[in-house]
Design a protein around this ligand. Structure first.
Ligand SMILES: [Zn+2]
Length: 203
């Protein structure tokens, strides 16, 4: 799932109080993180790629390869400025995703939502596989999700609000479901009209 982009500084000020060296440094940092983000996004499958529509398979072996995959996905998620990333988004049809929660990176393997509660709430979601598209999606506010960590240990998380939304979004990916499938028809139409020109350009 994609992060909101709010830059906390602007370059429209009158310039009198600006420290030019500081500004240059900030601009360089911005350029570097922008480049890192674009490189990371180039490794994330984009809308139109059939793998995004496939159902991922249960993980059976909790081996070093799985641990390395999880580490790679965590690094990619951070570089791409995301809050969650599913294995299908990197072209791997295995049931695992990573997400950032409470200041920590988490891996959930073979995740299952075992309970949901609270009202359904509508909020805007973006996706690392859907470029600039953001659409309203209705989801339960609270979920209990169970699975295993990368080492095979059982994990149960009771989540509320944004993290609950993130895990539902990522779990959808493992079933080939995207946010454009869960939004209202008008938002879906608008999203598709934004996605189509990207497809043509990428061919
Ligand atoms: Zn997504």
């Amino acid at each position: 799932m994609a992060h909101d982009h709010h830059h906390d500084h602007d370059h429209d000020g009158d310039g009198h109080e600006h420290d030019d060296a500081y500004d240059d440094e900030r601009e360089q940092e911005d350029a570097e993180s922008d480049l890192r983000r674009r490189v990371a996004l180039s490794q994330v499958r984009q809308y139109g790629d059939p793998v995004l529509r496939m159902r991922a398979n249960e993980v059976e072996a909790f081996d070093d390869e799985l641990a390395r995959l999880a580490e790679r996905m965590i690094a990619l998620m951070h570089d791409a400025d995301g809050v969650g990333l599913a294995a299908t988004q990197v072209g791997i049809l295995r049931r695992l995703f990573v997400f950032h929660h409470d200041g920590a990176d988490r891996v959930l393997v073979n995740p299952v939502i075992t309970a949901s509660a609270g009202p359904e709430e509508v909020d805007e979601e973006g996706c690392l596989s859907l470029g600039p598209v953001r659409v309203p999606v209705e989801r339960p506010v609270e979920v209990t999700i169970e699975g295993r960590d990368a080492g095979g240990e059982p994990v149960t998380l009771e989540l509320e609000g944004l993290p609950a939304r993130v895990v539902q979004h990522e779990l959808d990916h493992l079933d080939g479901t995207l946010i454009i499938d869960r939004t209202d028809p008008a938002s879906r139409r608008e999203a598709l009209s934004r996605l189509r020109p990207r497809l043509i350009l990428s061919r």
